[in-house]
Design a protein around this ligand. Structure first.
Ligand SMILES: O=C(O)CCC(=O)C(=O)O
Ligand SMILES: [Fe+2]
Length: 766
């Protein structure tokens, strides 16, 4: 089979890669730089130990940044720092020498000539014996910041090497004894300073800032890339997980090699090879009629893996890094970058876009969009890059041992500009914008286009809208407005169906009413029925909005929508109530029924007369356990103000009076009403239970039979003790009716009596 276009495209971009590198080094004569430190004066170079000690006397322990904080922790970073305000850098030729050096470094980093680099002093660092800086990444303090420049001053020392990591590769830089050594590296490179073993290491660090016009048109094989894009967007996709061919993809996600911050992600500040590749892709996108934007991707890979020997990370790693050259090979096998695990096969990979810039490149949005593998293209496989996190799991069921690795990568995301396809591609990432665009079309009376665009959302709309209640709440109002403006009732229903009932609030009443007017009552009823479908809420808490929501719906002329919501809500509460009253165990049943008191109150406050009467009748028909729901509801602060509760109070009073009036059980009546499953064992058990006189039953019974009888007794919560006498064969099951048979009934009667007294005074029932 021909290679998919997205793979050809990745290959094309590989062939055109310029000779850029993630770090670059050069030397400059020591005399070109003159450093003056406040309170000390000029610092002669090469530096000697007494001078270094003087520097330390005006320095402070260096801090390091972690997230938003700046910390001082000598187990992470142990070095002395002099801040830029204490420094004056000069020398007759310094600015021209630095300018030339920066231009050479720019070239070595693969950046175009149109771009210029500027170095902004950050600090002067002095490392004495044993001092170091653990692996870290510098924070990008400025939008234009591209990386870091470290200028090591000539000074005799051993150890104290600057080690720069990128994509499984690392480079070690030793400072010169006689010259200035300049090392520049991109901001996404982890780097460290190994402990100084003797002497002093002194460095000047600079933020590297990039300036220059954005590169607009990439040279090279734009025509081939254009052909690949066209092919990608017109050929049915194939997925390793699906045998049937899919629709042609609506998106191509090309993964870049470097990681970027949200602020730092823009076309003219891409790093190393990313820059040229993105420019080529952008030019090809224009030719192929595609939109191209930048994005950030979170990538997770799961590999089959096993540890190699015992090469664990140990304290000596500072000194033996040359021995650890672990290169992953083409197919991903081989040793991982740490040299700790042998990778076997790639089990799974998962790519999520987390940030998407706007087509005009000005801003971006936080998104969470999963990208299927048939939309992904990358010249550099993840395995060739350095993960920001890795975790090894021992034996994992089907897969044996696994190694999970996580990467952050920049990405170029492309989609066909063709109207509806571009709309769909953008909408999946940003449903909010899709709704705004649809509203704008509707407001401009372009309902034909709005209809077609809205319809194109169908394949992914449910997933796109399936966020938390807050996300949904942000979308529902617009979705209702759009639905009300669409000609097609089916498309309007598709747009609204994925919202959940919990999201629906009184503020949505007007929107829902408008949509119901546009598409009819039956449409609204079946939409609401869909909200009560399999994805309906598991709990009934959301019903607290019903009184206000239904009042607002009626006021907006959508009484039938209100009724549909109430019918649905009542059927959920009714089902919970019926399940609840049947529970035999009081300790489980009581709290469940008590909790249903609130939804029932809200329903009463929301319903019309007809439904209220239906509910009252249903409650009347329930068994006496329904009191465990109704009495707490009648005692709630809202009860007196709730229409229809007077009738409930009267019904309860009648029910309670009947319970109080029951003749107490004869002291010699040990009969228990019960019915079993109809099997022979249940027949025997039933005969014993219903007998007035028998209290104890001794029953030789094998294990399976004993278990059946236990289960029957326990699930019905019968006042019967069951014990097994482990003598003879089979053992004997001894059943004993307990006095709870009497006390339970007495308790029910005395609770009923006190409830009745309270009802009579609080509700004036007679
Ligand atoms: O001293 C060095 O070479 C590097 C210091 C460093 O990494 C930093 O200041 O972030
Ligand atoms: Fe650093």
């Amino acid at each position: 089979m021909a290679r998919p276009a997205r793979k050809q495209l990745a290959q094309l971009l590989d062939d055109t890669e310029p000779a850029g590198s993630y770090s670059a080094e050069l030397l400059a004569p020591a005399h070109s730089l003159r450093i003056e430190v406040a309170d000390l004066g000029p610092v002669p170079l090469p530096l000697r130990a007494p001078q270094a000690r003087k520097l330390i006397s005006v320095a402070r322990p260096a801090m390091f940044g972690r997230g938003e904080e700046t910390l001082s922790d000598s187990t992470v970073r142990d070095t002395w720092e002099i801040t830029p305000d204490q420094l004056t850098l000069g020398g007759t030729d310094w600015s021209s020498i630095l300018g030339e050096a920066l231009d050479e470094l720019r070239q070595k980093l693969g950046l175009p000539p149109a771009m210029s680099l500027r170095a902004e002093p950050h600090s002067l660092l002095v490392y004495g014996k044993g001092q170091f800086f653990l692996p870290h990444q510098d924070s990008e303090k400025d939008d234009a910041m591209l990386g870091t420049l470290v200028v090591s001053l000539p000074s005799a020392h051993t150890g104290g090497e600057l080690v720069i990591h990128h994509g499984g590769d690392r480079r070690t830089h030793h400072a010169s004894r006689t010259e200035l050594s300049l090392v520049a590296f991109y901001a996404d490179c982890r780097h460290e300073v190994t402990p100084v073993r003797s002497g002093y290491r002194v460095t000047l660090t600079f933020n590297l800032l990039a300036h220059g016009p954005p590169s607009t048109n990439g040279s090279g094989p734009v025509a081939d890339l254009t052909r690949c894009l066209t092919e990608h967007f017109t050929t049915p996709a194939t997925s390793q997980y699906e045998s049937r061919p899919l629709d042609p993809p609506n998106r191509l996600v090309y993964l870049l090699d470097h990681d970027y911050t949200q602020r730092g992600l823009c076309w003219d500040r891409l790093k190393g090879p990313d820059r040229n590749r993105a420019a080529l892709l952008r030019a090809a996108a224009e030719q192929a009629g595609c939109e191209a934007v930048l994005a950030l991707a979170d990538v997770q890979e799961t590999w089959g893996a096993y540890p190699v020997g015992d090469a664990a990370w140990d304290d000596d790693h500072w000194y033996d890094e040359e021995d650890e050259e672990g290169e992953p090979d083409e197919d991903g096998g081989g040793t991982d970058a740490d040299g700790d695990y042998e990778l076997s096969e790639l089990i799974d990979d998962d790519i999520t876009l987390t940030w998407l810039t706007r087509p005009d490149g000005t801003q971006g949005d936080v998104i969470s969009l999963h990208v299927p593998e048939y939309e992904v293209s990358a010249t550099t496989p993840n395995a060739h890059l350095e993960p920001y996190e890795a975790s090894y799991e021992g034996y994992m069921g089907n897969y044996g041992n696994t190694l999970d690795r996580w990467y952050h990568r920049g990405a170029v995301v492309l989609w066909p500009q063709q109207r509806d396809r571009a709309f769909a591609a953008r909408a999946e990432a940003r449903p909010r914008h899709a709704l705004d665009e649809l509203r704008a079309l509707i407001e401009a009376d372009d309902t034909t286009r709005a209809g077609a665009a809205a319809k194109s959302l169908a394949p992914f709309w449910r997933t796109a809208v399936a966020g938390d209640t807050e996300t949904q709440a942000d979308l529902l109002e617009s979705a209702l407005a759009v639905a009300a403006g669409l000609d097609s009732a089916a498309t309007a229903a598709m747009l609204l169906a994925p919202f959940r009932l919990e999201t629906l609030a009184p503020c949505h009443a007007d929107g829902l009413a408008a949509a119901a007017h546009r598409h009819g009552d039956t449409w609204a009823q079946s939409l609401i029925a869909a909200w009560f479908g399999p994805e309906r809420p598991g709990k009934t808490d959301w019903t607290c909005t019903l009184p206000e929501l239904c009042r607002a719906l009626r006021a907006a002329g959508a009484a039938s929508a209100a009724r549909a919501l109430l019918d649905g809500a009542w059927s959920l509460v009714r089902a919970d109530l019926h399940d609840g009253v049947e529970l035999p165990r009081a300790e489980i049943r009581r709290p469940r029924l008590r909790k249903l008191g609130s939804p029932l109150t809200w329903l009463f406050q929301a319903v019309d007369d007809a439904l209220r009467q239906i509910i009252q009748r249903t409650l009347r028909e329930c068994g006496d356990n329904v009191l465990e729901c109704l009495m707490p509801a009648l005692r709630s602060p809202d009860a007196q103000r709730t229409a229809g509760f007077g009738v409930i109070a009267r019904d309860c009073a009648e029910r309670l009076a009947a319970i109080v009036a029951r003749t107490p059980r004869d002291p010699d009546d040990w009969s228990i009403t019960w019915s079993g499953c109809g099997c022979d064992l249940c027949d025997v058990l039933g005969a014993f239970l219903t007998s007035r006189s028998r209290r104890i039953h001794e029953w030789p019974l094998a294990k399976a039979g004993r278990r059946h009888v236990h289960t029957r007794i326990d699930t019905a919560a019968l006042p019967v003790r069951h014990e097994t006498r482990r003598q003879g064969r089979p053992y004997t099951l001894v059943l004993t009716k307990t006095s709870e048979l009497f006390t339970r009934e007495q308790d029910i009667q005395s609770t009923a009596q006190s409830d009745l007294t309270w009802l009579k005074s609080a509700w004036r029932t007679s």
